[in-house]
Design a protein around this ligand. Structure first.
Ligand code: FES
Length: 114
C-alpha cells in the first residue's frame, strides 16, 4: 500500500526589530512545497502567523521591482526568486541600507528623495 507523503515543514529564522531596538530572531514554521520562494513563505507567515512582520515587495515574482531584496542565508537575494530551503532559511535585512523595521530597509538613494 502506498503511503501518502508526509507534510513537509520549512523553518525560517528571521531577524526582527526596528532601529535602536535589541536585535532578535524569530523562528517560523511554514508548509513547504517544492519550488516555493522565500517571499512565498514570508507572505504565508504574514497571512497565517504574524501580520506584524514587515516585508516589502511589489511585483511578487517578475524580478522587476527589486524591492524585495534581503539577506538569505547570508547572500543578497531577491526573496521573490530565491528558492526556499526545505530545511532552515535565515532571512535578514540588507546590511548596508538603513533599517526601517524587520526586513524592510531604505533602498531609495538620498538623491532620489524629494
Ligand atoms: S517582488 Fe519585485 S523583484 Fe521581487
Amino acid at each position: 500500500m502506498a503511503m501518502a507523503p508526509a507534510n513537509k515543514t520549512a523553518t525560517l529564522h528571521i531577524r526582527r526589530g526596528a532601529p535602536g531596538a535589541a536585535i532578535r530572531y524569530d523562528d517560523f514554521q511554514v508548509p513547504y512545497e517544492e519550488g516555493m520562494s522565500v517571499l512565498d513563505a514570508l507572505r504565508w507567515i504574514r497571512e497565517h502567523l504574524d501580520s506584524s512582520l514587515a516585508i516589502r515587495y511589489s511585483c511578487v515574482n517578475a524580478n522587476a521591482c527589486k524591492t524585495c531584496m534581503a539577506l538569505v542565508n547570508g547572500e543578497v537575494e531577491y526573496t521573490c526568486t530565491a528558492k526556499l530551503s526545505p530545511d532552515r532559511t535565515i532571512v535578514e535585512p540588507l546590511p548596508k541600507r538603513p533599517l526601517i523595521r524587520d526586513l524592510v530597509t531604505d533602498v531609495i538613494g538620498d538623491d532620489e528623495k524629494l
